[in-house]
Design a protein around this ligand. Structure first.
Ligand code: GRF
Length: 196
């Protein structure tokens, strides 16, 4: 399966996916890493691994999401992906864009959905006094952070945790969960993978 990965920043989840796809007997191969930010550090990291990259700066398009997405679609469609992985991609996609990839677009979200869709998930878990937190890989649907759950990984919230210390603990699990879920998804397995 041809996999295109969309990033906005450092791309640590992209790297975890790419490294796993580089292992033997993997059903997927990375064909593109694209970003809405030309300065995204993940683009240089992908290039260093020989993966084609594309950057479409969303800022010149202002509030015209459709025009930005039309520009972003160009390199994505040229790469002929079977699966789209959002990995730290920080733009909300329109239902029209999502419909083109519905059923074959994944996202990783840093909370145990359905708790805490949206932003600032770790601070919200701390403020709520949660004793555990984690991350979720889900299929992307028109409703933000609400598609079918494909996998989750849990971490303890520890005394003295800050949003940053909790985020770092969750990120380690993201890098375990996303590659494991992508392998299964590419093989047609959609029973949710629950990692402790
Ligand atoms: C991280 O906070 C992660 O939880 C979320 O996006 C952010 C950046 O991820 N998925 P990455 O390092 O760019 O993959």
């Amino acid at each position: 399966k041809r996999v295109a990965i969309l990033i906005s920043g450092g791309g640590s989840n992209m790297l975890a996916l790419v490294r796993d796809m580089g292992q033997g007997a993997h059903p997927c191969t990375p064909v593109l890493v694209a970003s809405n930010d030309p300065a995204a550090a993940g683009l240089a990291r992908a290039s260093a691994l020989g993966i084609p990259t594309a950057a479409v700066d969303h800022r010149p398009f202002g509030r015209d999401r459709a025009a930005f997405e039309a520009a972003l679609l160009e390199p994505i469609l040229a790469a002929r992906p079977d699966i789209l992985c959002l990995a730290g991609f920080m733009r909300i996609l329109t239902p029209a864009f999502i419909r083109r990839f519905e059923g074959r677009m994944l996202n990783i979200h840093p909370s145990l959905l359905p708790k805490y869709p949206g932003l600032h998930t770790h601070q919200r878990a701390l403020d709520a006094g949660d004793t555990e937190a984690g991350c979720t890989v889900h299929e992307v649907t028109a409703e933000l952070d609400a598609g079918p759950i494909l996998g989750q990984a849990r971490v303890p919230v520890l005394p003295g945790d800050t949003a940053d210390t909790l985020a770092a603990r969750v990120l380690v699990q993201e890098h375990r969960l996303y590659p494991a879920v992508l392998r299964r998804f590419a093989l047609g397995e959609t029973v949710p993978l629950m990692l402790a």
